[in-house]
Design a protein around this ligand. Sequence first.
Ligand code: FAD
Length: 390
Amino acid sequence: MVDFTLSDEQKALREMAHDFAVKEIRPVAWEYDRDGTWPAEILRKAWEVGLMNSHIPEEYGGPGASYFDGCLIEEEMAWGCSGIQTSVGANGLATSPVIIGGSEEVKREYLGMLTEEPKLASFCLTEPDAGSDVSGMRTRAVRNGDKYVITGQKCFITNGGYADWYTVYAKTDPEAGHRGISAFVVPRDDTVIVDKKEDKMGQRASNTATITFNETEVPAGNLLGAENKGFKLAMMTLDRTRPGVAAMAVGIARAAFEFATEYSKERVQFGVPIAMHQAIQFLIADMATKIHAARLMTWNAGVLLDQGRRNTLESSHAKRFAADTAMEVTTDAVQVYGGYGFIKEYPVEKLMRDAKIMQLYEGTSQIQRLVIARETLLPRHIEEPATVTA
Ligand SMILES: Cc1cc2nc3c(=O)[nH]c(=O)nc-3n(C[C@H](O)[C@H](O)[C@H](O)COP(=O)(O)OP(=O)(O)OC[C@H]3O[C@@H](n4cnc5c(N)ncnc54)[C@H](O)[C@@H]3O)c2cc1C
């Protein structure tokens, strides 16, 4: 049976996340954006009420929420401010490879660290010369007895400046392209240097940093999955986290849509509220349809994960469509506001800037189309989750 009705528990969870966004996030969102304020206190409160680390299983101290429930949380929180939600949610990206490929000991230590205290972890894949094509990464991990020594630089790392540990991708076989990448859990120590905090167009309350690993030593047991299987681990991670990004994009779009709808009823031109002009009505109608479709795609991608099924295609559908929807809807919201939309005093200007990153991180919209084309032209009928062990 196909049923899009939320259960009472899901409605309560969504309401809880919405209330949090209304009370804790919205009142400071525009101010934090203007000043680039790190939302430390909001992170602590989100952790306390269980809106952070939602995917960490109960056995490691987390709420063990489903991916679908995670999408409900991400939409509401991003409706409040997607920059703040990116900071709240980044642990999900860092912990996913640990949940998939970490040993029991590593899971207990590093997932436990995040559930015992409001600590942060970052996902370190991107490098200055290796963005969409991660096979070009230069960071090296060299085995030395019972340790690996990691050297290299990662850029654009969300929460990088505040993280207590990092999931780091490094070459263990430099000649093997994407088949020579491995993933490790790396605790922050003196050899881990935070080089640069980016000054961004949008999501200005989130922290984005360059991180250098300077002969950083980690125990061999911190390897996630098998050696040289890191690329697959990264792709499996993105299958799991892209629905969350799509949900955030829906949240941004919904916020812009609500502002634009209200404004269109108040603003009078040619003797009537602009909502009476059909051109504006059609903009509003298209926004509503796109948001609805983006949410359904997002829920579909999340539900497949909860059913233990491969969702690569649906994740990319959702991420691509929701990200492009957020960009289109926020741009149209500015249009509905007219010149006022371009002014920082009005709310939609921030939303348009925030929406842009949705088309960039966790795989650009072009990369999602590459995935969709590959999955469409060369479909793989695999229902079981793939493995990253040897
Ligand atoms: C705010 C922010 C936060 C981020 N957080 C993280 C994080 O926490 N961890 C992390 O590891 N990374 C993070 N990233 C990095 C992000 O994932 C990359 O920026 C993204 O993957 C694109 O890589 P790039 O910037 O090097 O662009 P490039 O790969 O250089 O792409 C440039 C352009 O070329 C296009 N392009 C590239 N290859 C192709 C192709 N084959 N076909 C068609 N078009 C193509 C792209 O779509 C894009 O339009 C973050 C980035 C930002 C800006």
